[in-house]
Design a protein around this ligand. Structure first.
Ligand code: HEC
Ligand code: HEC
Ligand code: HEC
Length: 505
C-alpha cells in the first residue's frame, strides 16, 4: 500500500511540476535572443506602448513566397531586402565603425539643419532617444509613424496627433530636383512663389533704378516752379487714411523685425535681433499678436471701404479716377511712363492715384491676406493639423516666408525709393504724415487731378493751412527713424542671406 501511495504522490507532484514549467516558455531565451522583445520591455517600462500598439498590416510578408509552379525559382517578396536596411533595424548603427567617437552631426549633416535644432537648440536625442537609436521604420521604434506623435512629439507639443507628426522635421531643400520626387508639393509651391517674387523684382527694380536716373535730367518746369512764391497746401489724405497708414507702417516694421529674427535664428545677426526683442519666445509672441492685430485692421479697413462706396451709383463710383481699382488708363500710363523713363516721349499726366500707388495698395492688400491666412495656420501647428495634414505646415511656412521676403523687398526698396528717395522727394516726403501737399508739387506729378479739381470747382474746398513747424519736424524725425530701421533690416538681411543659406543647405 505504502509503495503505491508514494508512487501516486510522486506522479502527481511530477505532473504538477511538469505543468508549471511547461506552461512558461523560457524567459531567458527570449530576452537574450530577441532585440525586439527588449525594445518592447523598454516601452512597457515607459508606459508608452499600451495605448498605441497596433499590429502591423503586412500585405506582403517578408518571407519567401512559393509560386504555384514549383519548377520555377522561388520569388522573394520585395519587402524582404528591407529587413537588412538600417531604417528597419533596432539599432540603426549596428556595427558602424567608430560610431561611439563621432557626433550625430558629423555623420548626418543634412539632418542637423532642422528648425528644432537651429532655433530652439533641441538635440537629436530629445527626439531619437537613447541608444540604441532605432531606424525610423523599425516596428518598435518610438519614431515609428504609428506612435511618434504620442511618444515623441507630445513630449513638447501638447495635444500632438498623428497628423501633426506628419510634419517633416528634416525638411528637404525645396529648391532641389530630388525634392520634386520626395515632396512634390513643397517643390512646386516653392518655385511658384519664387517665380512671383522674382517676376515682381525683375520688373520693378530696373524700373525704379532707371526712374531715379531719369529724374536727374534737367527739367526747366520744376526749376521755374521752385522760385514761385505763392504757395497753397492741398489736402490729399484724410485723417483716417493717415492713421491707417501709420498703423500699417508700425505693424509692418514690427512684423519684419520679429519675423526676420525668427528667420535668421542661427546666424549672429538673427541672435542679435532676438536679443533685441527679449528672447526667441517673446519675439514669436509679439509676431503672433501683431499679426492678429493686422488682420483685425484689415477687417476694419474692409468695413471702411464698404462704407465709402457710393452704393446708389455703383459701377461708376467704383470705377472713377478717385477709386483705387485699376483702370485701363493705368496700363497705358504705365507704358508711357516707362517710355518717358528711357527718354522716349513725354511723361504722362497722372490723376489722383498713379499706377504704382495702385500696385502698392493691391500688393499690400493681397500680401496681408496671404501672410494672414498662412500665419493663422502656423499660429498653432498642433491645432491646425487637426484639419490639415502635418506636412502642409512645411508648405505653408514656405509660402509665408517667400511672401514676407517679397513684401519687405517691395516696401524697403521700391516703395521707399518712389516715396522718399527720388530727387524731388528726397530725403522725406511728408505728404502721408501731414495729409496735405504743396500745390506746385501736386501740379508737377498729378496735373490731371489738379485740372479736374479746378474744373469741377473743388479745389478751393481742399485748400488747408500748412502743418506747424513743430509737427513737421516731428514727422520728419519719426519718418527718418523708421526709414533707417527698415534700411538696417534690408541691408543686414541681404548681407546675412549667404550665412542663412549655408545653414539650411
Ligand atoms: C559614424 C557615423 C554616424 C554617427 C555618429 C551617427 N550616425 Fe546615424 N546613421 C549612420 C549611417 C551610416 C546610417 C544608415 C544610413 C541609411 O540607412 O540611410 C544611420 C542611420 C540613422 C538613422 C536611421 C535612418 C532612417 O532612415 O531611419 C537614424 C534615425 C540615425 N542614424 C540617427 C542618428 C543620431 C540621432 C545620431 C547621434 C546620436 C547618429 N545617427 C549618429 C551614421 C551615423
Ligand atoms: C523634433 C524631433 C527631431 C529632432 C530634434 C531630430 N530628428 Fe531626426 N527625425 C525625426 C523624425 C520625425 C524623423 C522621421 C522622418 C520620416 O518619417 O521619414 C527623423 C528622421 C531622421 C533620419 C532619417 C533620414 C531622414 O531624413 O528622414 C536621420 C538620419 C535623423 N533623423 C537624424 C537626426 C539627427 C542627426 C538629429 C540631430 C541633429 C535629428 N535627427 C534630430 C525627428 C527629429
Ligand atoms: C524636445 C521638445 C520637442 C520635441 C520632442 C518636438 N518639438 Fe517641435 N518644437 C519644439 C520647440 C521648442 C519649437 C519651437 C517653437 C516654435 O518655433 O514655434 C518647436 C516647433 C515645432 C513646429 C513649428 C515650426 C514652425 O516653424 O512654426 C512644428 C511643426 C513642430 N515643432 C513639429 C514637431 C514634430 C512633428 C515633432 C515630433 C516628431 C516635434 N515637433 C517634436 C520642441 C519640440
Amino acid at each position: 500500500m505504502m509503495g503505491v501511495s508514494i508512487k501516486y504522490k510522486s506522479v502527481v507532484t511530477g505532473f504538477v511540476l511538469l505543468i508549471l514549467f511547461a506552461s512558461y516558455p523560457s524567459q531567458a531565451h527570449k530576452d537574450v535572443t530577441s532585440e525586439i522583445y527588449r525594445y518592447q520591455q523598454q516601452e512597457v517600462i515607459n508606459r508608452q506602448s499600451a495605448a498605441h500598439e497596433v499590429k502591423p498590416i503586412i500585405s506582403h510578408p517578408p518571407t519567401a513566397r512559393v509560386p504555384i509552379d514549383r519548377n520555377k525559382l522561388i520569388e522573394i517578396s520585395h519587402r524582404a531586402d528591407k529587413i537588412q536596411h538600417r531604417r528597419y533595424m533596432t539599432d540603426s548603427h549596428l556595427e558602424l565603425r567608430f560610431y561611439q567617437f563621432r557626433s550625430c552631426i558629423d555623420c548626418h549633416p543634412r539632418q542637423a539643419n532642422n528648425l528644432h535644432r537651429v532655433r530652439s537648440k533641441i538635440t537629436c536625442r530629445q527626439c531619437h532617444g537613447e541608444e540604441p537609436i532605432a531606424g525610423t521604420r523599425h516596428y518598435y521604434s518610438s519614431m515609428h509613424p504609428i506612435r511618434r506623435f504620442a511618444v515623441v512629439c507630445a513630449k513638447c507639443h501638447k495635444g500632438a496627433n498623428a497628423s501633426f507628426a506628419a510634419y517633416v522635421v528634416h525638411e528637404p531643400n525645396p529648391a532641389l530636383k530630388t525634392t520634386q520626387k520626395n515632396f512634390p508639393l513643397l517643390f512646386y509651391v516653392f518655385w511658384a512663389m519664387a517665380a512671383i517674387a522674382t517676376g515682381t523684382f525683375a520688373i520693378f527694380l530696373p524700373h525704379t533704378i532707371l526712374w531715379g536716373i531719369r529724374e536727374f535730367w534737367p527739367n526747366k518746369k520744376i526749376i521755374k516752379n521752385e522760385t514761385c512764391t505763392k504757395r497753397k497746401q492741398i489736402k490729399r489724405f484724410t485723417a483716417s487714411q493717415r492713421v491707417f497708414h501709420l498703423v500699417l507702417m508700425l505693424s509692418f516694421v514690427t512684423q519684419a523685425g520679429t519675423g526676420l529674427s525668427r528667420m535668421y535664428a542661427g546666424t549672429d545677426w538673427g541672435y542679435f535681433l532676438i536679443f533685441l526683442f527679449g528672447g526667441y519666445t517673446r519675439a514669436l509672441f509679439i509676431h503672433k499678436i501683431v499679426g492678429i492685430f493686422m488682420l483685425a485692421a484689415l477687417a476694419f479697413h474692409l468695413v471702411y471701404i464698404l462704407k465709402k462706396v457710393n452704393l446708389k451709383n455703383l459701377p461708376n463710383s467704383l470705377y472713377g479716377p478717385d477709386s483705387l481699382l485699376p483702370r485701363i488708363e493705368d496700363a497705358s500710363q504705365a507704358v508711357r511712363h516707362a517710355a518717358w523713363i528711357v527718354g522716349l516721349g513725354k511723361c504722362p499726366k497722372f490723376d489722383r492715384w498713379t499706377y504704382w500707388e495702385k500696385f502698392d495698395y493691391w500688393a499690400v492688400f493681397w500680401g496681408i491676406n496671404i501672410l494672414g491666412i498662412t500665419g493663422l495656420i502656423l499660429y498653432s501647428p498642433v491645432f491646425s493639423s487637426r484639419f490639415i495634414p502635418g506636412w502642409t505646415i512645411n508648405v505653408f511656412l514656405w509660402i509665408h516666408r517667400i511672401e514676407a521676403v517679397l513684401a519687405m523687398g517691395h516696401v524697403f526698396i521700391i516703395h521707399f525709393f518712389i516715396g522718399h528717395l527720388r530727387r524731388h522727394h528726397f530725403p522725406m516726403d511728408l505728404t502721408m504724415f501731414e495729409g496735405s501737399i504743396d500745390i506746385q508739387k501736386l501740379q508737377h506729378e498729378r496735373s490731371s487731378w489738379v485740372d479736374r479739381l479746378e474744373a469741377n470747382g473743388m479745389l478751393p474746398g481742399l485748400i488747408v493751412k500748412r502743418t506747424s513747424v513743430f509737427w513737421r519736424r516731428f514727422y520728419y524725425l519719426f519718418g527718418s527713424i523708421v526709414l533707417v530701421l527698415c534700411l538696417y533690416l534690408l541691408i543686414n538681411g541681404i548681407l546675412n542671406a549667404e550665412e542663412l543659406i549655408r545653414i539650411f543647405k
